[in-house]
Write a protein that binds this ligand. Structure first.
Ligand code: BES
Ligand code: MN
Ligand code: ZN
Length: 490
């Protein structure tokens, strides 16, 4: 992970540098000093490129003088619009354009300490690369951005905030690493194994195997798992940073380490994407790591259901009826609607065992949410208005945006089964994300609950907002902020 340090130093001692430039004609003292040091190369390049400091724009100036191999101008947008999210985007863009200099500087000038720290968070996440399986030659490997000094006026304030943002960055990186792993490596057993390493940070981690889940009556989850040669797991992660006895906030994740669709098999094109059908579980895991790393004063529990949805002689058949942990029976008309079956049991279990003050589940649940919302917003479904507002606000703050979708009992008729308490799909394609949410609602009772359908946002097919393509880690920053805003003591 990119190493960050903050300093008031105005002259950079490294050859690669990025500078944040607010929109408008006035240039900061930091810009002017650099421009002078490069004999006007920066202002000439900005003019030639038509660079005006607009949000999301940049201008790369190669070898502007003997002492600099590159200087990157990063547009920050209008000063009055610069918030934490804008600073993160700018920091991310800077990291992605600094090239492969091992050490570089980011000049933030008189940006507030809080925003400087957020720019650093963006840079750490913008520099992320999942390189585990690339066997580069050794010299080449050394040339990655490893250290970034953030140069600005408000070092003390930036340094004060930084440890807690670093904790969040480490959580996001963990989530991205889990999501990026191929399914032959990251099966349910391996996922659970990695979760247990979080004990080192003070998390209490329990792993339930097939027998333990059978004992608890997890017929819905185990039905999905029965076609796979890989054993299923449920992992319970607990962080007790709050008052003893206070009901926890609970986060639940869908962890399908590969979704072939089962007997209702998916088409070949794009099936490789289904290695990231465990993104909900990965986000819960990254979030729990973040809370522990920053010693959040809150009681929180994360529960993830881990299975592989495969095709085989032992696989579940369309038409099978399973009994969930809640006692409700489900007719499985489509084995590809497996996420809701997994969540049915873990949601019920979390509610039953921990009596949480609220539950939020995350799942790459439906293709339909991508049709509805594309890749900008995740779908938010909730039985509680205050909870929905709290989540949407945290989403707006962090740039991990949520759009609330309707829930209503009229949709329930679509899930009516002829032979069981419900069926796992509705008859048609209409409102597919809503019927999925209505299904989940049957397993949460009266607990304030929200469901985030992250199918459209967990993976980016191209780099965006200063973040690399691939796993986004969507939800870690959002839920960390949600917890900070509403549920921490003191
Ligand atoms: N994991 C998929 C949903 C998905 C699709 C996530 C595309 C990310 C990208 C889920 O298990 C699934 O297969 N859902 C079905 C439900 C249908 C059978 C009712 C879908 O969306 O087609
Ligand atoms: Mn599926
Ligand atoms: Zn799935």
């Amino acid at each position: 992970m990119l190493q960050i340090s903050f300093s008031t130093q105005t002259q950079s001692t490294v050859g690669a540098l990025a500078i944040l430039v607010p929109e408008g004609d006035a240039r900061s003292a930091a810009f002017q000093a650099l421009d002078q040091a490069t004999h006007g190369a920066l202002s000439r390049a900005a003019k030639a490129e038509g660079f005006k400091g607009k949000d999301g724009t940049s201008c790369v100036v190669l070898a502007p003088s003997d002492s600099f191999e590159r200087i990157v101008l990063i547009g920050l947008g209008k000063t009055e619009d610069v918030d934490a999210w804008a600073a993160e985007k700018a920091g991310g863009l800077a990291a992605s354009l600094l090239g492969r200099a091992p050490r570089a500087a980011l000049v933030v000038g008189d940006l507030s300490g809080v925003l400087a720290a957020h720019a650093a968070l963006g840079a750490v996440l913008g520099a992320y690369h999942f390189g585990l399986y690339q066997t580069e030659d050794k010299d080449d490997k050394k040339r990655v951005l490893a250290e970034l000094s953030v140069l600005g006026a408000h070092v003390a304030a930036a340094e004060e905030l930084w440890p807690s943002l670093l904790a969040v960055a480490r959580g996001v990186v963990l989530t991205r690493d889990l999501v990026s792993e191929p399914a032959n490596v990251l099966n349910p057993v391996e996922f659970a194994e990695r979760a247990t390493t979080l004990r080192a940070h003070g998390l209490d981690v329990e792993v339930l195997d097939r027998a333990a889940m059978a004992e608890l009556g997890f017929g819905a989850l185990l039905g999905v798992a029965q076609g796979s040669a890989n054993e299923p797991r449920t992992v319970v992660m607990r962080w007790n940073g709050g008052k003893e006895g206070d009901a926890p906030v609970a986060f639940i994740g869908k962890g399908v380490t590969f979704d072939s669709g089962g007997i209702s098999i998916k088409p070949a094109a794009g099936m490789e994407d289904m290695k990231w059908d465990m993104a909900g579980a990965a986000t819960v895991t990254g979030l729990m790591a973040s809370l522990a790393l920053r010693k959040a004063p809150v009681n929180a529990v994360g529960v993830v259901g881990l299975v592989e949805n495969m095709v085989s002689g032992t696989a579940q058949r369309p038409g099978d009826v399973v009994r969930s942990a809640s006692g409700q029976t489900i007719e499985v008309l489509n084995t590809d609607a497996e996420g809701r079956l997994v969540l049915a049991d873990v949601l019920w279990y979390a509610r039953d065992r921990f009596a949480p003050r609220l539950m939020v589940d995350l799942a790459t649940l439906t293709g339909a949410i991508i049709v509805g919302l594309g890749h900008e917003y995740a779908g938010l479904f909730s039985n509680d208005d205050a909870l929905a507002v709290g989540l949407a606000d945290a989403g707006a703050f962090t740039g991990e945006k949520l759009w609330r979708m309707p829930m209503s009992k009229e949709y329930d008729a679509l899930l009516k089964s002829d032979i069981a308490d419900m069926q796992n799909i509705s008859g048609g394609r209409a409102g597919g994300s809503i019927t999925a949410a209505q299904f989940l609602k049957r397993f949460v009772d009266e607990t304030p609950w929200a469901h985030l359908d992250i199918a459209g946002v967990a993976w980016a097919s191209k780099a965006k907002n200063g973040q690399p393509k691939g796993a986004t880690g969507f939800g870690v920053r959002l839920l960390d902020r949600f917890v900070r805003n509403g549920f921490e003591q003191g």
